[in-house]
Design a protein around this ligand. Structure first.
Ligand SMILES: Cc1ncc(COP(=O)(O)O)c(C=O)c1O
Length: 480
């Protein structure tokens, strides 16, 4: 285990040297005396080289897409071109203040205006708000729009939101937080929405259906047009969780599938890394009949000037301070402009190709619950290993760390036993994918020949297995 920076502290060490102060000291006025520290802050005392070594060492312990393959299904941990970071750091972008007068930020408004247009074109929607700061925040905004739509029509009975049993956890959580009653629609034996079950759930109390397409099994909802018809005929709205848009972008559009509201994860699909606690963006797009409900302000154009448009008659109000996470928008803009329509489609096709290559090559060693053409991800299962050798999905995931791979998402979606949800993303090369296949094959072999080795994994990571429940419920995040 590495030492904490506090444990490296040696009294008297210092990483800086400042010249003697040459301004006279001033007595603080009485009213401010109460704010004075009683003692110096307990900062570690370390030399510059020790500080640098400490943080360099820590950085080598973190795993990210820059260090290796990160096939974390549903999370799209893909490599993003560094030029996007450069674009977002340009002084004219990073140095803006959101309170600046409109005439001084015309470039920024133009970027937002054009980004909105590009997102409309990619998804087949009419307008977007760029405000939401994450996918879940986009869902919250989108589900609020569904609520506002029904209320505006004086249709107060519509209190039920339908979500599939394979849905991402944020869908039911969002609906619940907004006071909707959750109704679960079953998946059929092919892993898709069971349309008969959906029909049986429809009534004049249904507010809408929240759906990811492809779904969390990586499978395209082939009956989406029928699903859309069923929900609309019942008076509900169709919400598209666009976190998986990388699986269809440039090829199919949620707007054409019948979706009324869409959220996108710019931080998964369009140029900003997902995870790491950094800011994201979950823009929400709508069809024309919902535009009047969008959050204010929208970005408009009047007499050749870009402007903030507060003229949204039935707006649900603001959902984020100022205009959203502008740096993420700048990266998305750079990413889409760099790829163009052709590149966007290529990225999508590669994501699908890579996932199918892995699925096909792993199917001799792991059960693939729905073993047919998938989109950007698929769900393998360790049921066979568990039954035959007592090795679980968790064990396989932990052993992958020893082989230098970030584990895939496990035990999700809930409808797959011992699920290993794998999303290679479009940026992995065939050589990397082959390396991953080899590691997974090797682990399947070890599970048979030496199951204890797999159950004890990881054996060469700085931390072995943690008590995950305690780590989640009672995390110790500070020193002493
Ligand atoms: C299918 C799906 N929906 C919603 C989300 C939520 O997005 P966020 O993590 O930005 O809140 C995710 C996150 O990865 C997702 O995979």
């Amino acid at each position: 285990m590495s030492k904490l920076i506090f444990e490296r502290s040696v009294p008297g060490s210092s990483a800086f040297s400042l010249p003697e102060g040459d301004v006279p000291s001033v007595e603080l006025q009485d009213s401010l005396q109460g704010f004075l520290r009683e003692s110096d802050p307990p900062l570690p005392e370390v030399s510059e080289v020790e500080v640098v070594r400490h943080f360099t060492e820590l950085s080598t312990k973190a795993f990210g897409v820059d260090s290796g393959m990160y096939p974390l299904g549903s999370c799209t941990m893909k490599y993003n071109p560094k030029i996007n970071e450069w674009a977002a750091r340009l002084p004219g972008i990073a140095g803006l203040h959101p309170d600046q007068p409109e005439e001084t930020v015309q470039g920024a408004l133009e970027l937002m205006y054009e980004l909105e247009q590009m997102l409309c074109e990619i998804t087949g929607m009419n307008r977007y708000t760029l405000q939401p700061a994450s996918g879940a925040h986009g869902e919250m905004t989108g589900a609020s729009l569904i609520k506002a739509y029904h209320e505006q029509r004086q249709d107060f009975r519509r209190k039920k939101m339908v979500v599939p049993d394979s849905s991402h956890g944020t869908n039911p959580a969002t609906a619940h937080m907004l006071g909707f009653e959750l109704v679960e629609v079953r998946s059929n034996e092919r892993g898709l929405v069971d349309v008969d079950d959906l029909c049986s759930l429809m009534s004049d109390e249904i507010a809408g259906l929240m759906l990811t397409n492809p779904n969390t099994l990586g499978l395209f909802e082939e009956e989406i047009l029928e699903i859309s018809k069923v929900v609309h005929e019942a008076g509900g709205l169709l919400y598209y969780d666009g976190a998986n848009l990388n699986a269809v972008m440039g090829v199919a559009r949620p707007g054409d599938m019948g979706f009324d509201i869409v959220h996108l994860n710019l931080h998964k699909t369009f140029g900003t890394p997902h995870g790491g606690g950094g800011p994201g963006a979950g823009p929400v797009g709508v069809k024309e009949f919902l535009v009047d409900l969008l959050p204010i302000p929208l970005v408009g154009k009047k007499d050749g000037q870009y402007c903030l448009d507060y003229d949204v008659p039935h707006s649900i109000g603001k959902v984020q301070s100022f205009y959203g996470n502008f740096g993420v928008m700048a990266k998305a803009y750079a990413y889409i402009k760099a790829l163009g329509g052709k590149g966007i489609r290529e990225a999508c096709r590669h994501a699908v190709l890579n996932a199918n290559y892995l699925r096909h090559n792993l199917s001799d060693f792991y059960e693939i619950t729905y073993d047919r053409l998938c989109k950007h991800e698929f769900v393998a299962s360790a049921v066979r290993q568990k039954k035959e050798c007592g090795v679980t999905a968790l064990d396989v995931a932990k052993r992958l760390i020893d082989y230098g791979y970030h584990p895939p998402t496990i035990y999700f979606p809930l409808i797959v036993d011992e699920g290993l949800m794998i999303e290679p993303t479009e940026t992995e090369t065939k050589e990397r994918l082959d390396g991953f296949i080899e590691a997974m094959q090797e682990i399947a072999k070890e599970a048979k020949e030496n199951p204890e080795l797999v159950k004890e994994a990881p054996t060469n990571a700085p931390i072995r297995r943690v008590d995950e429940v305690t780590a989640a419920r009672r995390p110790i995040l500070k020193w002493k």
